[in-house]
Design a protein around this ligand. Structure first.
Ligand SMILES: NC(=O)c1ccc[n+]([C@@H]2O[C@H](COP(=O)([O-])OP(=O)(O)OC[C@H]3O[C@@H](n4cnc5c(N)ncnc54)[C@H](O)[C@@H]3O)[C@@H](O)[C@H]2O)c1
Length: 387
C-alpha cells in the first residue's frame, strides 16, 4: 500500500465516524506535515520516564501539558526533561487549561477509563496505557464515544509494531510452520515495588504483564472465541512506600485461549517469577513466546515488548536458525509517539483499538472463569491480520 493510499484510507475511516470541526482538524494535520500534535500527559510516575524522552524525540510532537495528582511529580518531570509544559494537579484543571490534541494516559490502571472518558468528552484524542478501561463494556463505550465525536482512541501495548512480530506473522501467514496447533507465552517478574495499585482491585499481573502476551498471541493467531483460566494470589501482602498492602488482584495467572481452526494457546504471567533481567531485558537470550505448527516451530527470543530475535526450527536435518535480530528502532514505549505521527501524516498505525478491546475482554473473561470455574465465550473480534 502506498503512503497516499493508506493516508486516503485513514481519512475515509476517520470521516466514516462522523463530521464536524474535529474531523477537519485531523484532515488539517494530515495535509500539513509540519504541524505538530500538542500532547498532554497525565500520570508522571515511573513509566513517564520512558514516555517523555521518547515523545521528545519526535518531530511531530510538542509536549504542552503535564498532570499528576501528586502535583510535585508533574513539576519535577517538566524540569527533568527540559520541557516548558503547563502543569496541573488534576484532570479537570488540565482539560480547562492549555489546549492540546492528544492525551497520553499513564496513571494508575484503575482510573484509566474515567480519565479517558473525560478526555474524549473534552474533544481530545487518547493514547491510554493498559488497560484502557476496567471492563470490556466500559472500553467499548469509550470507543463508541470516540467515534461519535470524530476522535481517535488507542490502547497499549505496542507489541504489534516490532519487526519480530511482523516476521512471525509473515511466517505464519505464508505457511512456513504448516498447520498451526498450539502456542505459549510467559511473562513475569517479582512485581512492581513502587506503587500499591498493581496489587489492588482491578490491578493484577494480567492487565500489567499478561496483556503483552495476550496481544501478541491473538495478533499472531487471530481473535479468541473462548477461554478457561485459573488465577491465584501467591503473596498476600507486600510492602510499598513503607506501608503494608493487601494483595487483592491476582499475582499469578494461567489462561487457555481457543482461537479459530482449533488452535489453542496458553499464557502464564505473574508477579512472583524470578527474572534477573527485570525491566532491562535487552540481554535476555531465552524465549518467551513459542508457536508450534506441523512443519515448523518458532520461538521469540527476549520478550514481545523487548524483542531480540526469532528462532526458526523447520528442518529435520539443520539446527534452528536465529532470524530477525534487528529491532529496527522499535521500542515498547513508542505507542504514543507512533499514533501522534499517524495523526500528522494521516497514516493508519498498526496498533488497533478493537484489538486492545479484545485483549481487555480476555482479561475480564479470565477473572470470570476463575470465579465461576466455567469456560467463558468471547464476543469481541478485531480485523485479523492487523496488517
Ligand atoms: N512502570 C513501567 O515500567 C510501566 C511499563 C509499561 C506500562 N506501564 C503502565 O503505566 C501505567 C502507570 O504505571 P507506573 O509504573 O508509571 O505507575 P506509577 O505509580 O509510577 O505512576 C502513576 C502516576 O499516576 C498518578 N495518578 C494516579 N491517579 C491519578 C489521577 N487520577 N490523575 C492524575 N494522576 C494520577 C500517580 O500519582 C502516579 O504519579 C500503568 O498502567 C502501568 O501498567 C508501566
Amino acid at each position: 500500500m502506498t503512503n497516499t493510499a493508506s493516508r486516503r484510507e485513514f481519512l475515509i475511516k476517520t470521516a466514516a465516524t462522523g463530521t464536524g470541526l474535529l474531523l477537519s482538524s485531523v484532515q488539517g494535520w494530515a495535509l500539513s506535515e509540519n504541524k505538530k500534535i500538542r500532547v498532554g500527559l497525565i500520570g508522571c510516575g515511573s513509566v513517564s520516564n520512558r514516555y517523555l524522552p521518547h515523545l521528545k524525540t519526535s518531530p511531530h510532537v510538542e509536549i504542552v501539558s503535564l498532570c499528576d495528582i501528586r502535583y510535585e511529580r508533574a513539576v519535577n518531570q517538566n524540569k527533568e526533561y527540559g520541557l516548558s509544559a503547563s502543569t496541573y494537579p488534576n484532570i479537570d484543571a488540565m482539560l480547562a487549561g492549555v489546549a492540546f490534541d492528544l492525551l497520553v494516559v499513564t496513571t494508575d490502571m484503575q482510573v484509566h477509563g474515567a480519565i479517558n472518558k473525560k478526555a474524549l468528552l473534552a474533544g481530545k484524542h487518547v493514547w491510554s496505557e493498559k488497560p484502557m478501561a476496567n471492563t470490556y463494556e466500559e472500553g467499548k463505550s469509550l470507543l463508541e464515544l470516540a467515534r461519535k465525536n470524530n476522535l481517535r482512541l488507542w490502547g497499549a501495548p505496542a507489541v504489534v509494531n516490532s519487526p519480530q512480530f511482523a516476521y512471525m506473522l509473515k511466517l505464519i501467514r505464508e505457511g512456513t510452520l504448516g498447520k498451526i496447533a498450539s502456542a505459549h507465552g510467559q511473562y513475569g517478574h517479582t512485581g512492581p515495588d513502587w506503587s500499591a495499585f498493581f496489587y489492588e482491585k482491578d490491578g493484577g499481573s494480567m492487565p500489567d504483564l499478561g496483556v503483552y502476551n495476550i496481544a501478541t498471541l491473538t495478533g499472531l493467531l487471530g481473535p479468541a472465541k473462548s477461554l478457561v483460566a485459573m488465577t491465584s494470589v501467591v503473596k498476600p501482602e507486600r510492602t510499598i512506600e513503607g506501608k503494608k498492602v493487601k494483595v487483592v488482584a491476582e499475582d499469578n495467572a494461567h489462561i487457555l485461549l481457543e482461537h479459530e481452526n482449533n488452535v489453542i494457546s496458553h499464557i502464564m504471567c505473574g508477579f512472583n517469577y524470578f527474572d534477573p533481567h527485570g525491566h532491562e531485558a535487552g540481554g535476555q537470550n531465552l524465549h518467551s513466546i513459542q508457536i508450534f505448527g506441523d512443519a515448523g516451530n518458532i520461538r521469540l527470543i527476549g520478550y514481545d515488548w523487548e524483542t531480540n530475535g526469532v528462532m526458526v526450527d523447520n528442518s529435520w536435518t539443520e539446527p534452528p536458525k536465529l532470524m530477525s535480530t534487528d529491532k529496527g528502532g522499535y521500542e515498547w514505549q513508542e505507542g504514543a509517539t507512533v499514533v501522534s505521527e499517524s495523526l500528522v501524516k494521516g497514516i493508519e498505525p498498526k496498533i488497533n483499538v478493537e484489538h486492545a478491546l479484545h485483549v481487555l475482554e480476555i482479561i475480564e473473561g479470565a477473572r470470570k472463569s476463575q470465579e465461576t470455574g466455567m469456560r467463558i465465550k468471547l464476543k469481541s473480534r478485531f480485523p485479523y491480520p492487523l496488517f
